[in-house]
Write a protein that binds this ligand. Sequence first.
Ligand SMILES: [Zn+2]
Length: 248
Amino acid sequence: MTIFEGIVLKERSFGEQDKFIDVLTKDSGMIEISVRGARKINGKLSSSTQLFAYSRFCMDKRRDMLCLNSAEPVHIFYNLRNSLSRLSLASYFADVIRFCVAERTESGNVLRLLLNTLHYLENGNRTETMLKSIFELRLMTEIGFMPDVVGCKKCGDFEPEELYFSVSDGGFVCSGCADDGKSGSHRLESAELSAIRHIVLADFNRLYNFRLSDESMKRLSFFAESYLLAHLERSFSTLDFYKSLFMN
Ligand SMILES: [Zn+2]
């Protein structure tokens, strides 16, 4: 018998009655669990195997497959379902993680980032724009794509008022040193640079505590999304859908 705690990031129907769920766990990264008779079951087992349920799963290993025995819900992010934009944003987070996190990799920080972000997303204490930016930049940091936030690549200036951040090489130059190197870079101001430093370096218990003007948050958000997409070298239909909600 194997026991894992984790959060369900995808449900896939299989045959008439069964389903597979993809679960992010702390010690084993993404795991796939087969749930027999998923369409018939109800109550606790059903709620603990649905999308965005954080549960304790008891499983048997049969051949190479993990088969669910029983499950206890720990926290179910029910309130995400009350808002299409929150649910869509959470689905984008789930897709990104399923793409980035392999099996059998220690994923404690990624799991914590996701749970904390969903917690704030669910209770509405932080804006979606802020949560999306934090998730994108911190996730990239946790999986080995931390941006270089030390100082201007040419003169070392730690706190330039204006700077150009390159998504592709992950570093920045101050406006004084930026000559032709501006193309493909994001023009940012010192407040946004401080926010980026905070997101990549802060302890988890302080991660969600910073303030930015709407203007700065907009630039940070554009930068964070571009940074993630450039390094993962792909697009996400869930992200396109989320953004389509804000058109017009
Ligand atoms: Zn410089």
